[in-house]
Design a protein around this ligand. Structure first.
Ligand code: NCD
Length: 362
């Protein structure tokens, strides 16, 4: 049995296969309409969501399966203090697969360590969002016809935006990918992404603050929302919220075959006038999200059927239990009984929390 917690849980070959299955579903939907007959997806959404939750729901329904679940922590037993892990353990008695979204980094991993059914991370805090990345990859595949040789601009909230962390991870495995990281200084890409993904994979990258000066070089512009709910200081959000607005005018400098992606929701980052430009791919990206989630559900249910035993999510032999994670957003900070687990990073003497990936020196 496999879960999808991080995009690196899938090999490049598996990513290709998922994109191919999604394209086959698009071409031959009838072939798939009963594939999940009698199966249930539990959609456990502790945080707001429109696209992700509804695309998971539509995906399971179009495969002939059913959906149970909740949206909003207040309507679940977490409001009474139940841990995510306990909730998922219980739900694994009622469903065949779980899609979970939670405000704490590492919440999906903590569930996957105890669940008897596959867990899909539908967004954990500011950490990761692998199924959004699958939607992004299918969009790149369908719009550009390639994953290699691309200059990708990521613009906006690179600190709290979990989608860009997962997308960076995915793109680090393809050839000749150049990254242009466009953000205010306060919202730069976190160190663990720069060191453990970008530098480790020798990806050429630059960190800049101006969208206008860099738009001409891009094949893909990945816009993101400034993540209001993750700011501890509302004044800082007010100051940064309109840092970038993509307008028709700014697009004049861009390549003819640029593609604009955005995980959505947009708040103000892209003028609605841009929507009519053929380069605007963000609504097509949303639809791709449904197809690739169909492919993912099929894959994980198939693996679980063949091998019901839980596959390890990290190298158990290398785990250190004596270190403590200090990240207040990490799931390990929620419960006093929560076991802290650290594994070595690529840097000598450095360890990272298995849940939130924050590194410490030892
Ligand atoms: C993103 C998310 O929730 O991380 N949205 C999504 O899943 N499509 C991005 C966002 O909320 O800004």
């Amino acid at each position: 049995m496999r879960s999808l917690i991080d995009i690196k849980d899938l090999s490049v070959k598996e990513l290709d296969e998922l994109c191919k299955t999604a394209c086959d579903i698009i071409k031959h939907p009838k072939k798939y309409e009963n594939k999940c007959k009698g199966k249930k997806l539990a959609a456990l959404f502790f945080e707001p969501s429109t696209r992700t939750r509804l695309s998971f729901t539509a995906a399971m329904m179009e495969l002939g399966g059913n959906v149970i679940g909740f949206s909003g922590a207040s309507s679940s037993s977490s409001a009474k203090g139940e841990s995510v892990a306990d909730t998922c353990k219980v739900v694994s008695n009622f469903a065949d697969i779980i899609a979970i979204r939670h405000p704490k980094d590492g919440a999906a991993l903590s569930a996957a360590l105890v669940s008897n059914i596959p867990i899909i991370n539908a967004g954990d805090g500011m950490h990761a969002h692998p199924t959004q990345t699958l939607a992004d990859l299918l969009t790149i595949y369908r719009e550009m016809g390639r994953f290699n040789n691309l200059t990708i601009g990521m613009c906006g909230d690179l600190k709290y935006g979990r989608t860009v962390h997962s997308l960076t991870h995915a793109m680090s495995r393809y050839k000749n990918i150049k990254l242009v990281l466009i953000s205010p200084k306060e919202l730069r890409m976190p160190n663990y992404v720069i060191n453990d993904i970008i530098k480790k994979n020798h990806m050429p990258y630059k960190e800049v603050t101006s969208l206008e000066d860099n738009i001409k070089d891009l094949d893909i512009l990945y816009m993101t929302r400034i993540q209001r709910e993750r700011f501890f200081d509302p004044k800082q959000y007010e100051r940064l919220k309109n840092s970038y607005v993509l307008t028709v005018d700014k697009l004049k400098k861009a390549k003819k075959n640029l593609r604009i992606l955005h995980p959505l929701p947009r708040v103000n980052e892209i003028s609605v006038k841009v929507d009519d430009d053929p380069r605007a791919a963000y609504f097509r990206q949303t639809l791709n999200g449904k197809y690739i989630r169909m492919a993912l559900i099929l894959k994980l249910l198939d693996i679980a059927k063949k091998n019901p035993k839980r596959e390890p999510l990290f190298d158990q032999k290398k785990v250190r239990y004596d270190l403590k994670c200090t990240n207040v957003r990490c799931i390990s900070s929620v419960n006093v009984e929560h076991e802290h687990k650290f594994v070595p990073t690529s840097k000598k003497g450095e360890y990272k929390c298995v849940y939130c990936e924050q590194a410490i020196k030892k």
